[in-house]
Design a protein around this ligand. Structure first.
Ligand code: ATP
Length: 216
């Protein structure tokens, strides 16, 4: 069990906080809005009303002892930057901050955020890939050049082994796992088969993934 502090319980922060709590973690949620605190009170370990730009308030809540902090203040970019800075200065080891745009993200990294997330942008990319190719079930960007896709196999791959298909050589892609009903085959080998209904987790360069998407 880890200890998380989530600052800003809007749609994104509330969803992260309640999911982390549901997964068995200790979650302190902080928001400036009393109504939101009342609404979240029974969905996380502790919900506290406070202005997170107030360093004294964060200190009093003992946030420095938490394993991970998530700063999920969106609209008020100044507050998001200030809170991230205070958390790093207090000595928090891992701070994840949500950015509104690229520039906001750059500033967050500069002042010490360990990870910056762009939920709206990333979800837009994921939905777009799914719309272009309905066999793409999910799309996760690892870096500007590399991604992981969750896809159904194209029909010509059915009932063939990975060795026969030579996907790495032909498409420049690696199949990390095959999900078959409730089973998951991690790091499948050349002798492993692909069947209709399987879900493949594929990692590779975006340009190679795009080529594959066009095959569907
Ligand atoms: P989302 O898209 O996640 O709903 P958002 O990006 O629109 O949120 P905001 O609504 O601006 O972001 O902020 C998220 C939450 O952060 C709100 O519930 C807001 O009350 C809270 N918040 C804003 N400023 C502060 C602050 N200084 N201290 C604590 N909480 C704050």
């Amino acid at each position: 069990m880890k200890q998380f502090v989530v600052i800003g319980l809007g749609r994104f922060g509330a969803s992260i906080a309640s999911t982390l709590y549901g997964l068995g973690n200790d979650v302190l949620g902080i928001d400036i809005d009393e109504e939101i605190i009342q609404y979240m009170a029974d969905q996380i370990t502790h919900a506290v009303q406070a202005d997170a730009t107030d360093e004294g308030a964060l200190k009093a809540l003992g946030v420095r002892n938490f394993d991970v902090a998530i700063v999920s203040i969106g609209q008020d970019i100044q507050a998001s930057i200030l809170v991230t800075l205070i958390l790093k200065e207090l000595g928090l080891k891992y701070v994840v901050a949500k950015a509104q745009n690229e520039l906001h993200g750059k500033v967050l990294y500069k002042i010490g955020a360990d990870r910056v997330v762009f939920p709206e942008r990333d979800m837009g990319v994921r939905v777009a890939h799914n719309l272009v190719s309905t066999s793409v079930l999910d799309y996760i960007e690892l870096s500007p050049d590399f991604s992981i896709v969750e896809i159904e196999p194209i029909p010509e791959w059915h009932d063939k082994t990975l060795g026969q298909l030579d996907i790495r050589e032909k498409y420049g892609l690696n199949i990390m796992a095959i999900k078959r009903n409730e089973d998951v085959i991690i790091s499948p080998k050349a002798k492993d088969y692909i069947f209709k209904g399987d879900i493949l987790f594929v990692v590779g360069e975006n340009k190679d993934i795009e080529k594959l998407e066009k095959r569907f």
